[in-house]
Write a protein that binds this ligand. Structure first.
Ligand SMILES: *Cc1c(COP(=O)(O)O)cnc(C)c1O
Length: 392
């Protein structure tokens, strides 16, 4: 069945004969009662036995895991308390001191921070590559201790789309486990497991839940043996998904394909219009002709370039700050992937401590504005952007 259909008919375990609820029941219980000691002991053997304690497994959380595995084309999934919980959980479960990681240079800040910590405190070596060149990965993976390749389908805020098919095939050839953060594309635009990835991670906080009302994360595995190997470590870490958070995420998923189409259409239209304005010196959107990843993005992303775009204002730092304070429909906030449009200006918010030189080294122009395009009417968004630009 097509993804639009699979997203609506989420996994829903039968709990009674004859009739069953259309929406997945929220089982908020932390623990489950048994009538025999043997049954309880047996249930503790692995991830798929009867429910015992909700850090190890919960019916609502399992419904989300099965749904995400279905959408990504995976053998199984583990849901987490947040995207960072998923990323930390997978990295800690798969790495040991002395291992080497090859990672894309333009990574989500939190992922970069975890890798830096693992390098500084746990004896793990990290090599950064551009993500555009398979030979660069192959050279880095020559070292026999190379264990993981870490990539993102769409990087933020550059909109870079790495050469996923070539890199994932090369990782398979060299026996390196590949982990792809698919938060920005969602399974609607890309399913990295189908391109050869071993693990897909998500911040379900973003597009999958889509309504800016829940934090969550997930890891989806191509091979169920890997899920079973990672699971005990994640039970130890304890960054498990709360049943209500899983329920809210499941509440968002049926409309994911519809929302994704609206995010993509809005972002593409705004990217083109912004590029035509003389006070905008650059627009970064992977499906906009001229973007460095344009050819790869057309091949890797099906049906759209995503909902995130960024642009540089000729007026620099002051213009960027005036813009994010001048918008009225879009809101000034750091997240992305929700139904509402959000803007941020790294030079005066997340990166305000950096001087001009440090900003340049981080690849962030002083006038760079990031916009997560929501599902509002595109003419209302364009009017809002124009008044904020003219006012600034
Ligand atoms: C937001 C985000 C994360 C972190 O997810 P949280 O749910 O905030 O922990 C990881 N990767 C990407 C690409 C993100 O956008």
């Amino acid at each position: 069945m097509e993804l639009d259909t699979r997203a609506v008919h989420v996994f829903n375990e039968a709990f009674q004969e004859g009739s069953w609820p259309l929406s997945v029941p929220l089982v908020q219980s932390s623990a489950f009662a048994f009538s025999s000691a043997d049954e309880l002991a047996e249930a503790m053997a692995g991830p798929d036995g009867r429910y015992v304690y909700s850090r190890r497994g919960n019916p609502t959380v399992r419904a989300l895991e099965q749904t995400l595995a279905g959408l990504e084309g995976g053998a199984g999934a583990i849901a987490f308390a947040s995207g960072m919980g998923a990323i930390s959980g997978v990295l800690l479960a798969l790495l040991k001191p002395g291992d080497r990681v090859v990672a894309q240079r333009c990574l989500y800040g939190g992922t970069y921070a975890v890798l830096s910590d693992l390098a500084a405190r746990y004896g793990i070596h990290v090599t950064y590559i551009s993500g555009d060149d398979v030979a660069e990965f192959e050279a880095a993976a020559q070292h026999p201790a190379t264990r993981l390749l870490v990539l993102e389908t769409i990087a933020n805020p550059t909109g870079q789309v790495p050469e996923l098919p070539g890199l994932l095939a090369a990782a398979r050839r060299t026996g390196v486990t590949s982990v792809v953060d698919n938060s920005l594309a969602s399974p609607v635009l890309c399913r990295p497991l189908e391109l050869g990835a071993d693990v897909v991670v998500h911040s379900t906080t973003k597009y999958l839940s889509g309504h800016s009302d829940v934090l969550g994360g997930a890891a989806v595995f191509a091979d169920d043996a890997l899920r079973r190997a990672v699971w005990p470590r994640t039970v130890e870490l304890g960054a498990c998904a709360d049943p209500f958070a899983a329920w809210l995420t499941l509440r968002g998923i049926p409309t994911l394909p519809l929302r994704m189409r609206a995010h993509c259409a809005g972002a593409a239209a705004l990217a083109e219009r912004l590029a035509a304005r003389p006070d905008v010196t650059a627009v970064h959107y992977p499906w906009l002709a001229g973007h460095p990843s344009y050819a790869t993005a057309r091949k890797v992303l099906a049906g759209g370039g995503g909902g995130l775009l960024s642009f540089e204002l000729a007026g620099g730092r002051e213009a960027g700050r005036a813009f994010i304070e001048g918008v009225r429909v879009a809101k000034l906030a750091l997240s992305l992937g929700g139904v509402e449009s959000l803007v941020t200006h790294p030079a005066s918010t997340s990166h305000r401590e950096l001087d001009a030189e440090a900003l340049a080294a981080a690849g962030i122009a002083p006038g760079l504005v990031r916009m997560s395009v929501g599902i509002e009417d595109v003419e209302d968004l364009w009017a809002d952007i124009q008044q904020a630009l003219d006012w600034g």
